[in-house]
Design a protein around this ligand. Structure first.
Ligand SMILES: [Fe+2]
Length: 284
């Protein structure tokens, strides 16, 4: 596998559009991706309670994104002692670079911090409930399997379903994981976060309690949109589209990942709609 960045900027969607006229599943993945990007939940954060509910669902995707990433890193840039060189240095660099940013980015306080920790701090600022996700991690530290820890932690039902689907995906062949990661996550994140930033920017100017959340969202617009997109496309092309069977399995995995995302956002929106109130002050 030789993962050179193509001379022209390509996105994973460019690849899919090339496939779509002859391949219905490529068309379906594109349509699902657009449905995620256009989901109403990202334009519906109108009250503090809405932001809290959104974050209480989204934090599980922030967490399980890392498991999907690590499951790919374990194959592309494995930790082995004695060490052996990676088969594809460009692929290893891409995955390692994402992992390095996720686990130790230059945080809003000017010191290295993981995106997950920044997200938890943002939840605290907004008064969102971090107890289920911290309980989940605590139960795994205690020795419980992720399945048992998830049952004990009692996240929103749709978030639990989402985590289960992602962690089962982590046991699938590499090409399915890469397709779900690139098409189901990396490609759609900027278009999910951009409307939230636009929607919240004015409230954040007036109320400092959204600063960490806005920082988190804007950080992903920068790194995922500008830099990671072409690299993700190259990884997808090299890992997932080499044979017909591999291509079909990969796109089916991406389809499943996007459908799981839509179910999560549908549930978050339904939960938000049970609440009303202006975006005025943090609850905690
Ligand atoms: Fe991140």
């Amino acid at each position: 596998m030789n993962l050179a960045v193509p001379p022209r900027l390509r996105s994973t969607h460019t690849l899919l559009r090339e496939l779509a006229p002859h391949l219905p599943i490529a068309d379906r993945v594109l349509a699902l991706s657009e449905a995620v990007s256009a989901h109403e939940v990202f334009r519906s954060l109108d009250s503090v309670a809405d932001v809290q509910i959104f974050m209480e669902h989204h934090v599980w995707a922030v967490w399980d994104f890392m498991s999907l990433l690590k499951s790919i890193q374990s194959m592309v840039a494995p930790v082995t002692v004695p060490w052996r060189p990676p088969r594809d240095a460009a692929a290893a660099r891409f995955i390692n670079e994402i992992a390095a940013g996720e686990e130790g980015d230059d945080g809003p306080g000017g010191v290295p911090e993981s995106h997950f920790a920044i997200y938890l701090e943002a939840m605290r600022e907004v008064g969102a409930d971090i107890r289920p996700i911290t309980r989940f991690l605590g139960e795994m530290d205690f020795g419980f399997s992720w399945e048992t820890a998830l049952e004990i932690a009692r996240p929103p039902a749709a978030a639990a379903d989402f985590v289960r689907s992602t962690l089962r995906l982590c046991e699938r062949p590499l090409h399915e994981r890469v397709a779900a990661f690139t098409l189901g996550r990396e490609e759609v994140i900027p278009s999910m976060f951009r409307p939230i930033v636009t929607h919240l920017a004015q409230a954040s100017n007036q109320h400092g309690f959204l600063q960490n959340f806005i920082w988190y969202l804007e950080r992903h617009l920068t790194v995922d949109g500008d830099h990671h997109g072409p690299l993700a496309a190259a990884l997808l092309e090299q890992t997932c589209l080499r044979t017909t069977a591999q291509r079909d399995e990969s796109l089916t995995a991406a389809e499943g990942a996007l459908e799981a995302g839509i179910a999560l956002w549908d549930a978050a929106l339904a939960s938000m709609r049970r609440d009303t109130g202006p975006l005025q002050s943090a609850a905690g």
